[in-house]
Design a protein around this ligand. Structure first.
Ligand code: PLP
Length: 399
């Protein structure tokens, strides 16, 4: 008998794993690897947030909580959405999850099924297609180009819609591109979603990490009429340097949120009690840490952008948020390394840079565009400078 379910056999292994494993193996051998592949802030969780969790432990706040999260955290989330987005929700329209990733997973389980198609705009976050597939639905990818700052043409989105299309997943500011969708694009897209009755999942996880000083903006802020068909996903991982705490949430129409809670109630139950207290402090405590971290990412984005622009053949739109740059390396495809390794795609160039330059990046194929590498600037200035300089030297050896 087959041991494993078809579901897991069909699940594609993460393309980032091979590079990661290799980077780790090289590091373990004592080789000086510069890691520009991080998917998380390089800051420690702010002290006042840690203290709130310690207090929660000491006070014995260590039992099950309501599945959808403690009321005061759901209230704080509602208040933050009112402040940031000018949108009014009640705590019953919020479910707290084990990270934004679980919010996305549970939403896909609640909304999508075999026969459904879900639009995903490339370059996309690696987990969107598998999350849709694990719900039995089919991801439909709409591509974009760096010349348009990775904003797909709305005609292409309209063309991709069939009678099977159930929903669309949006992410701006975007992992991996560091770009932000324009208001004009969101308005046009909102019209399409309204006409076609699509469910919209708006992944706003990087909403506070934008470099233009503007407040968060998503499809609901430009088209509040879409409220009944939109769910917003967010969390504390990126904004407050809390990736390990695993607190995220989904906010949307009560029927969808109830469905997500029902799934959660039969799988993980509540998110960790003490981590919820830490997230509560993150949202309601001092916010200086957010602007400090954002300013630091903004400075490093500029540093990375300027350094990359010195290298012939590489190009990218300047990052406008997050801590990622998506860089076009395809001018080097077709060349050969001194070792004989042929550079033919994002995996081979990524492997070459790891071996030759000792710099870890993430191949664009994982994000749906094989011409690019994702380079993270959640690293020390010196690592960014050295890393890019090593990449330049390695590229110079290709013929
Ligand atoms: N969505 C995007 C676009 C992300 O980049 C990530 C993390 O890398 C997540 C969601 C998941 O975040 P969390 O740590 O809250 O699960």
């Amino acid at each position: 008998k087959e041991k494993l379910a078809t579901r897991v056999k069909q699940l594609k292994p993460s393309a980032t794993l091979a590079v990661n494993a290799k980077a780790k193996a090289l590091k373990a051998k004592g080789i000086d690897i510069i890691n520009l592949s991080a998917g998380e802030p390089d800051f420690d969780t702010p002290e006042h947030i840690k203290k709130a969790a310690i207090k929660a432990i000491e006070e014995g706040f260590t039992r099950y909580t309501p599945v959808a999260g403690i009321p005061e955290l759901r209230e704080a989330i509602v208040n933050q959405i009112a402040k940031d987005y000018g949108l009014t929700y009640v705590p019953d329209e919020v479910v707290v999850t084990c990270g934004a990733k679980q919010a996305l997973f549970n939403l896909a389980q609640a909304l999508f099924e075999p026969g459904d198609e879900v639009l995903i705009l490339a370059p996309y976050w690696v987990s969107y297609p598998p999350i849709v597939e694990l719900a039995g639905a089919t991801p439909v990818i709409v591509s974009s180009s760096k010349e348009n700052n990775f904003e797909p043409q709305t005609e292409d989105i309209a063309k991709a819609i069939t009678e099977k299309t159930k929903g669309i997943i949006l992410n701006s500011p975007s992992n991996p591109t560091g770009q932000i969708y324009s208001r004009g694009f969101l308005e046009e897209l909102a019209q399409i979603c309204q006409e076609k009755g699509l469910v919209i999942i708006s992944d706003d996880i990087y909403d506070k990490l934008r470099f233009d000083g503007q407040g968060p903006e998503n499809i609901l802020t430009v088209a509040p009429d879409l409220r009944e068909q939109t769910v917003m996903v967010n969390g504390v991982s990126k904004t407050y340097a809390m990736t390990g705490w695993r607190i995220g949430w989904a906010v949307g129409p009560q029927d969808i949120i109830k469905a997500v809670s029902k799934i959660q109630g039969q799988s993980t139950s509540n998110a960790t009690s003490v981590a919820q207290k830490a997230a509560l402090e993150a949202l309601t405590g001092p916010q200086d840490c957010v602007s400090e971290m954002c300013n630091s990412f903004k400075r490093r984005a500029k540093l990375l952008y300027d350094e990359i622009n010195k290298i012939p053949g590489l190009s990218l739109p300047e990052p406008k948020g997050t801590f990622y740059a998506f860089v076009d390396f395809s001018n080097y495809y077709g060349k050969k390394a001194p070792s004989g390794l042929e550079i033919k795609d994002s995996l081979s160039i990524c492997e070459y840079l790891l071996e030759e330059a000792k710099v870890a990046t993430v191949p664009g194929v994982a994000f749906g565009d094989d011409r690019f590498l994702r380079i993270s600037f959640a690293s020390a200035d010196e690592d960014i400078k050295q890393g890019i300089s090593r990449i330049a030297d390695a590229l110079g050896k290709l013929a």
